[in-house]
Design a protein around this ligand. Structure first.
Ligand code: DAK
Length: 260
């Protein structure tokens, strides 16, 4: 399928998704959100995709937020619809049955920071900058920022960033645990591909189960979370890849996973 504001490419078992509105610093308007949702659905249904990299087109921005020129004109009903759409897309990304690495190539502001946080892992270019500037625009973060930021970096740091609207550089984002690693800008996509390659070598169903167990378990008390993990563990024994992984280990040979 062809998209206007999103570039979707496949490279073997890897999907690379690029938000593509560089003139507006990849700001998310409704059209882009709808296209992103379609891409997520396409990837979800594609058995050959084992991992995803999400990044922004151009040199300057990952995503500079929700599109302010579109939001400025909204009334309360339209604002709610816009927020509902964005939240649905972000949750679909978070719940996608494949791991998603955000390769944060520049500004990740407001909805852009929130988009990166809806991914599983964040690798930042040394040029990347992060902020939740919504309070300065008269709104709250609306695409899960108050929730995901607090869960990632802790309540105190999340409150500081959200109340002050401070913009932080990549090294500070790394220090507080907002990103997994920081790399030179020219190495960003390569680093993301190396990490994706390590993931792709593993059993895709097991990786998907791990993602769901972590995501769901983080919202549960420890007893329910451990029980959920046991379910995920058990499910893996119904897969051919579990037999293959363990047989290959015993036979001291390379694994040949089939995503079955
Ligand atoms: N929306 C629309 N256009 C944007 C944009 C944005 N978020 N960010 C940048 N642009 C556009 C600029 O208007 C400019 O367009 P032209 O003037 O060339 O037509 C072009 O991109 C280049 O930007 P600048 O000329 O400003 O570039 P600079 O290098 O000078 O500055 C900047 C870069 C990233 C510091 C600056 O552009 C900036 O501050 N941008 C806005 C960042 C921001 O505030 N982002 C947060 C947006 S608020 C909710 C749901 C969602 C949300 C909230 C609630 N509910 C459900 C309740 C989400 C909110 C947000 O994300």
């Amino acid at each position: 399928m062809e998209y206007t504001n999103v570039i979707f490419e496949k490279d073997g078992n890897l999907a690379i998704v690029k938000i593509n509105r560089p003139k507006a610093l990849n700001a998310l308007n409704s059209e882009t959100l709808k296209e992103l949702n379609l891409v997520i659905e396409e990837i979800s249904n594609d058995k050959d995709v084992y991992a995803v990299i999400l990044t922004g087109a151009g040199e300057k921005a990952f995503v500079a937020g929700a599109d302010i020129s579109e939001m400025k004109e909204l009334n309360a009903v339209q604002g709610k619809a816009f927020g509902t759409l964005g939240n649905k897309v972000f949750r679909n990304l978070e719940k996608l049955n494949k791991p998603v690495i955000a390769a944060v190539n520049g500004f990740a502001l407001g909805g852009g920071c929130e988009l990166a946080m809806a991914c599983d892992i964040r690798i930042a270019s040394a040029k990347a900058k992060f902020a939740q500037p919504e309070a300065g625009l008269g709104i709250t973060p609306g695409f899960g920022g108050t929730q995901r930021l607090a869960r990632l970096v802790g309540e105190g740091r999340a409150k500081e960033l959200i109340f002050t609207c401070d913009m932080i550089k990549a090294d500070e984002a790394y220090r507080i645990g907002l990103v997994n690693k920081v790399v030179e800008p020219e190495m960003l996509l390569d680093e993301a591909k190396v990490m994706a390659g390590k993931i792709i070598k593993n059993a895709p169903i097991a990786v998907a189960q791990c993602k769901e167990a972590i995501n769901r378990g983080m919202q549960m008390d420890i007893d329910d979370a451990i029980a959920f993990e046991a379910e995920a563990f058990g499910l893996c024994f119904a897969t051919a890849d579990q037999k293959e992984g363990m047989t290959a280990f015993i036979e001291k040979r390379d694994k040949n996973f089939q995503n079955k």
